[in-house]
Design a protein around this ligand. Structure first.
Ligand code: ZN
Ligand code: ZN
Length: 225
């Protein structure tokens, strides 16, 4: 069965629904995104209860804020890495520091406003460790792979065909960067370079970032050296 990839844009965030033999979702969008989520599933002709798994690339508010509401609507399980679990389950505000000039400036400007946003505590069902987590049981030919750096618990999804769902390992929206680049916010940018090497070795080809449009992996090679 041919895999279908659906992009769900919530403001500056892009989440993905993958439909193979089964259906999974990558990231849960910012808080209060449930109405928009429902519009998307209607548009894509997906019954919400067909979605069995929501993989959170990390627990930042803009990637995880509606995961709990989507779980309630779909019955899907939420998967998150153990290092980001507490942020999710306690409803903590998390936003890694800026690592570029604009990253630092924008973080300083917008952080006070973002911090006021209420984030619901959300319960995870599957706690990932540093090992690969295969997705075959969910009808998707690929795996979750541990790719720390943006946060200590950042994971990505690598499909057997090379499609790579990178969360915040890369940014590709004009508000952040002029093209595909390493993220402008990160806890450990060197660690992100290591994570990139790991996924490229394992066959990542087409990159689907959590912010912005897809691009070929070769476009980021210069930035991970
Ligand atoms: Zn993030
Ligand atoms: Zn983000």
């Amino acid at each position: 069965m041919k895999l279908r990839i659906y992009s769900l844009k919530f403001g500056i965030n892009t989440c993905y629904i993958l439909k193979g033999k089964g259906i999974i979702m990558i990231d849960g969008g910012p808080p209060n995104a449930i109405k928009k989520f429902e519009k998307y599933t209607t548009k894509f002709r997906i019954e919400p209860d067909e979605i069995k798994l929501i993989i959170l690339t990390h627990a930042d508010f803009d990637h995880a804020g509606s995961a709990g509401a989507i779980k309630e609507r779909t019955g899907a399980q939420i998967a998150i890495h153990k290092n980001d679990r507490e942020i999710l389950e306690e409803g903590l505000f998390n936003w890694p520091p800026g690592v570029t000039r604009w990253g630092k400036v924008s973080h300083t400007i917008f952080s006070p406003m973002m911090r006021r946003m209420p984030i619901p505590p959300q319960k995870a069902d599957i706690i990932l460790n540093d090992d690969d987590f295969p997705l075959y049981d969910f009808g998707i030919e690929g795996k979750v792979i541990y790719t720390p750096g943006h946060t200590a618990g950042h994971v990505s999804v690598l499909l057997d065909n090379g499609d790579f769902f990178a969360g915040c390992m890369a940014h590709n929206i004009r508000l952040f960067t002029p093209g595909p680049r390493l993220p402008i916010y990160a806890e450990d940018i060197e660690q992100i370079r290591k994570s990139w090497k790991k996924v490229i070795e394992q066959g990542a080809k087409m990159v689907f970032p959590g912010h912005g449009n897809a691009f070929q992996v070769k476009r980021i090679l210069d930035y991970i050296k």
